[in-house]
Design a protein around this ligand. Structure first.
Ligand SMILES: *Cc1c(COP(=O)(O)O)cnc(C)c1O
Length: 421
């Protein structure tokens, strides 16, 4: 008799699934807010049939929304053709994706790409490139987030993420974002391998680095022979209205760029771009590797994502929809002092709140059918699919004052926050 792999005793109602989740998964993510079963465009549905406008896009991942026809077609065609090969072999989609990324990144001749399966893995590879310079020190910014594996964690600033896992890989120091003098002083000894930075600090609350700071970082790292490593895991792939956020500044060419999130539009794929022959050659044959990185499924899907962004001008959409959202939030903020402003670019936005009630607003929003996220207690983060419409954005902005009412401390309704209604 054949063995049955899935349990037959398992029940499938939303509450039962939540209980089974709690009993079977590591507790690192807490209790799931909902069990989701289906998505289409900018909407997802939960196990009870409720519809949500997805204004978070899997945290800047679902660039084309859910079940986009070009995504489905590319993945289906590739999986029917060739699903996976080891990196002893190459495939057409992988090579084409590398060439496409180099072109979009405006990388000079001699540049090269390494594929990964996630953002943290991209930053691990960048970390190893930095080590290969032979220099002992690495700089990252205060409030930086670069991922959860040990190397990326060493570059991540938040103490509560780091402390339980010490000792972390050594040599990393943090400098305050925006402080050119501090950066200059840290670079001065000439022993810094790399400076890691996010053009917009996402986990910090969607805080863009000032243009002047980015320019100074480029100039100073070049002067001191230090690699400038730009983490575009969240900001890349048209999210901010540019292919890559740093491109809003002319001639700000990084030495290394890391990507993931939006690149596969939901398929796990990341990339590291080493700009120029000198940086590319820092990792020699045998010094790094991956099993899944750049497999033909991920590569085909990423090509479809990039192709659709280009064909449908979703960069333009990210800019226009983002401007629309910012305008509408600024209008609200003008006579609602619970909202203090909106940060970010394109469709990566942080709505700043006067009170630390972002988690409560997120819970209220979910009950009202909107998926958003609290980047921190004072910031609502929105990173919707690039296919979102102004009308969809408007439904959220129109609902926001009532969501703030419901989430305000002292309001008796807030007693039920976090519980299922
Ligand atoms: C999400 C994120 C990461 C980590 O990506 P994972 O795919 O979760 O490992 C790294 N850097 C930045 C800027 C991110 O936003």
């Amino acid at each position: 008799m054949s063995e049955q792999i899935t349990t037959t005793s398992g029940t499938t109602g939303a509450e039962d699934l939540t209980t089974r989740y709690g009993a079977s998964m590591l507790g690192v993510f807490g209790t799931p807010q909902r069990i989701l079963v289906r998505g289409e465009g900018a909407h997802v549905w939960d196990a009870e049939g409720n519809e949500y406008l997805d204004l978070l896009g899997g945290i800047a991942v679902n660039a084309l929304g859910h079940a986009h026809p070009s995504f489905v077609a590319a993945l289906t065609k590739q999986v029917e053709t060739l699903g996976h090969v080891s990196n002893f072999f190459a495939t057409g989609p992988q090579i084409e994706l590398a060439e496409t990324l180099l072109r979009l990144a405006e990388a000079p001749a001699g540049s090269g790409v390494f594929f990964t399966s996630s953002g943290t893995e991209s930053n691990e590879a960048a970390f190893k490139i930095a080590r290969r310079t032979g220099r002992p020190r690495i700089l990252a910014l205060e409030d930086a987030f670069h991922g959860r594996t040990m190397g990326a964690l060493a570059l991540t600033h938040k103490e509560s993420y780091r402390e339980p896992f010490e000792p972390l890989p050594g040599g990393v120091e943090f400098v305050p974002p925006g402080d050119v003098q501090a950066l200059e002083a840290a670079l001065a000894p000439g022993d810094v391998a790399a400076l890691f930075l996010e053009p917009i600090q996402g986990e910090a609350g969607v805080v863009p680095l000032p243009d002047e700071y980015l320019r100074a970082a480029r100039r100073l790292t070049a002067e001191h022979g230090t690699l400038l490593i730009v983490d575009e895991v969240q900001t890349g792939v048209a999210r901010t209205g540019e292919w890559f956020a740093h491109q809003r500044l002319d001639d700000l060419q990084p030495d290394v760029m890391t990507l993931a999130k939006g690149l596969g539009g939901g398929f796990p794929i990341g990339a590291v771009i080493a700009y120029g022959e000198q940086v590319r050659s820092l990792l020699q044959p045998g010094q790094h590797g991956t099993t899944f990185g750049g497999n033909p499924l991920g590569a085909s899907v990423a090509l479809a994502v990039l192709g659709t962004i280009a064909e449908d001008d979703l960069r333009g959409s990210a800019r226009d929809r983002g401007d629309h959202l910012a305008r509408r939030i600024d209008e609200l903020a003008a006579d609602d002092d619970r909202i203090t402003g909106i940060r970010g670019a394109g469709l990566l936005r942080g709505i700043a709140l006067a009170e630390p009630i972002a988690p409560q607003v997120v819970a209220r929003a979910l009950e009202a059918g909107f998926i958003i996220n609290a980047a921190n207690p004072h910031t609502l983060r929105l990173a919707p699919p690039l296919i979102v419409t102004d009308a969809q954005i408007d439904t959220f902005v129109d609902a926001l004052p009532a969501l703030l009412d419901a989430a305000t401390p002292g309001n008796c309704e807030s007693d039920t926050i976090g519980k299922r209604s």
